[in-house]
Design a protein around this ligand. Structure first.
Ligand code: M6R
Length: 367
């Protein structure tokens, strides 16, 4: 059942290329990049009329929502608000029929997320759900469902479900942009291609990453605390990396937007507080480099995940993990993988039960 892998979590990490392909296939024209999503259950006209989107989710699914905000605002130019479901449901919502509410949930049963869409529906909003479990409660209550098709996820820590959520949300963002005419044909095609190709890139890199990260963990596994930092599209990936690490290894970890370091957390930096920094060569690259230099200047230990060929990274830290260069819009999908593997390997080295971490359940149906 684990197909030779030591844990379900590792098996599911290695199933991610397939999960991306399952999510994407049949929904995008390989030649033109045009996305087709009849299952959203809303007419193109409804989608043209939307003037705001709420994304509602918990945990890892909330991190997928945070990435999607960047994509939707960039591709479709619709303002997006991202809410943790347990906050959304208890605050004053400014909602009407021109607001689309999207719930994101692997299980489709998370109590707070479900309550959130029920409230939004009552207030007249249209409801879409991005979900992995076929026939789950959320899919039955929404106007439309984009299934992620990641396949069953057994490990309590979400991995392939997250990657599929990102892929589905990328498709949806592109679809919205195409319907609303905010993305031109050539750009749509380039982004579509980047999404399709990322499955192959992840498949090619997985074995190497597993090995390289394996040789790093010796120096990091007995830390008490950890920071994960990133900017832009990779800020939510820093949050996700930190959540993975705390869930399965019980190391205290926090994710931060790199630019926030100097507003407080930099006070924590010393040799006992390692930092994982996501530093792809993207439009915020220079700023991210400065953040790593600030940490180094305070004797911090930093693992940098950056772009192949970026030799400068070796000047600022000893531990560099290189990723191939891809279109920067799909970087969050790619950069999730090393963060997952680092958390996994640290947890295994600490002797933790990674598939069944203490105090956690796969599906949270209590409020
Ligand atoms: O089934 P859902 O996506 O609604 O679940 C949401 C969270 O409970 C879930 O992502 C949780 O944070 C995972 N354990 C993270 O690995």
């Amino acid at each position: 059942e684990k197909a030779g892998y030591k844990h379900f979590m590792l098996k599911e990490i290695f199933e991610q290329p397939q999960a991306i392909t399952n999510t994407v296939s049949g929904r995008i024209n390989l030649e033109s990049g045009v996305v087709n999503l009849p299952e959203v259950g809303l007419l193109p006209k409804d989608l043209e009329d939307i003037d705001r989107i709420f994304l509602v989710a918990c945990g890892t699914s909330w991190h997928a929502a945070l990435v999607a905000k960047y994509w939707i605002e960039e591709f479709a130019r619709i303002p997006v608000e991202v809410d943790i479901a347990s906050e959304f449901r208890y605050r004053t919502l400014l909602m009407n029929r021109r607001v689309l509410t999207v719930s994101i949930s692997q299980s489709g049963e998370t109590a707070d997320t479900l309550a959130g869409i029920r409230i939004a529906r009552k207030m007249g909003a249209k409801i879409l759900t991005i979900c992995n479990v076929v026939g789950s409660t959320m899919t039955r209550e929404a106007d439309g469902t984009i299934y992620t098709h990641a396949g069953p996820e057994i490990g309590v820590a979400s991995t392939k479900a997250f990657i599929s959520q990102l892929s589905a949300l990328f498709l949806f963002s592109l679809y919205l942009g195409q319907i609303r005419g905010t993305i031109d044909g050539a750009t749509g095609k380039r982004y579509g291609r980047a999404l399709i190709d990322i499955a192959t890139v992840v498949a090619e890199e997985l074995p190497r990453l597993q090995e390289e990260i394996g040789s790093l963990v010796e120096n990091y596994y007995d830390s008490r605390d950890f920071l994960f930092i990133g900017r832009g599209l990779n800020f939510p990936i820093a949050l996700e990396g930190a959540l993975k690490l705390k869930e399965i290894s019980y190391i205290h970890a926090e994710g931060y937007a790199s630019g926030e370091l100097k507003h407080g957390p930099i006070a924590l930096i010393d040799k006992d507080m390692p930092v994982l920094a996501l530093v792809p060569r993207d439009k915020v690259y220079q700023k991210s480099i400065s953040n790593v230099e600030e940490i180094k200047a305070r004797q911090g230990r930093v693992i940098v995940i950056g772009t192949k060929g970026d030799d400068y990274l070796h000047n600022i830290t000893d531990d560099v993990i290189y990723m191939p260069e891809v279109d920067e819009v799909v970087n969050p999908i790619l950069y999730t993988v090393p963060a997952q593997l680092l958390s996994y390997q640290i947890a295994v080295k600490r002797g933790c039960d990674v598939d069944q971490p203490r105090n956690l359940a796969k599906s949270v149906t209590v409020e």
